[in-house]
Design a protein around this ligand. Structure first.
Ligand SMILES: C[S@@+](CC[C@H](N)C(=O)[O-])C[C@H]1O[C@@H](n2cnc3c(N)ncnc32)[C@H](O)[C@@H]1O
Length: 220
């Protein structure tokens, strides 16, 4: 099958053996297909809000002969898996605010989430804190010159999100301080510094960025 990108492969690896999964915003369906072909999951629901990407998933599911394991569903967010027991729910490749909106339909039948947003996941960690859920794992992966965060959220066990530092930098990531972590925040610090030079000092945005920059520079 088409080789998974390193980011998608790392996301797929967070699924536990023989899990029932759903992949929200599945697009081409590559992650559930990879897992089904490897006999690594019991069942997958490949969901997308848009007919065109879902059709790509349907074509790929047929092509790779995994129709018995993967059910494609045209639905907004989690609406297609209401009432279905899901061990791991993947939501990747969209902005944190879109993922946050999807999570407003959070269901008790879902045990854990694997998030990989296209931006910084402040909103998602705030959501984990508010829901009193736990961080099971946090990972970083660099792809096409962007450093993505992968967050595995477990509803019953793991690490609590306690502080603003946890929300901004990750509960585990800021303790590990890996080379990739430092690279991510150095890049962000440079970016914010450049932005500051273009903003009027009295603007709200300037003040917000200045505050963020102070936090980042304290961290790295
Ligand atoms: C860039 S693709 C991501 C594909 C893959 N998950 C990845 O991480 O590479 C985003 C997909 O999310 C779908 N999407 C966006 N909002 C959605 C929603 N509310 N519910 C389900 N799918 C959504 C889009 O139609 C699109 O196919």
């Amino acid at each position: 099958m088409t080789k998974l990108s390193e980011r998608l492969l790392l996301i797929a690896k967070q699924v536990n053996n023989k899990d029932i999964i759903c992949d929200i915003g599945t697009d081409h369906g590559l992650v559930p297909i990879y897992l089904a072909k490897g006999n690594l999951i019991t069942k997958a629901y490949a969901c997308d809000i848009a007919p065109k990407p879902l059709q790509q998933a349907i074509d790929n599911i047929k092509k790779y002969d995994v129709e018995e394991v993967i059910t494609p569903i045209l639905a907004d967010g989690l609406n297609g898996v209401k009432g279905i027991k899901i061990d791991s729910c993947i939501i990747a490749g969209m902005g944190s605010s879109t993922i946050f909106d999807i999570l407003q339909e959070d269901q008790t039948t879902i045990g854990r989430y694997i998030f990989c947003p296209n931006d910084d996941p402040y909103l998602l960690r705030q959501w984990v804190k508010d829901q009193k859920y736990f961080i099971e794992k946090e990972l970083l992966i660099k792809e096409n010159n962007y450093i993505y965060e992968i967050i595995v959220v477990n509803k019953v066990a793991g690490h609590k999100v306690k502080s603003q530092k946890d929300i901004a930098f990750g509960v585990l990531l800021h303790k590990e301080q890996s080379a990739l972590f430092n690279e991510k925040w150095l890049l962000k610090s440079d970016y914010y510094q450049t932005l500051l030079g273009q903003l009027p000092e009295k603007s709200q945005r300037y003040k917000e960025l200045k505050k963020k920059l102070k936090l980042i520079n304290k961290m790295i």
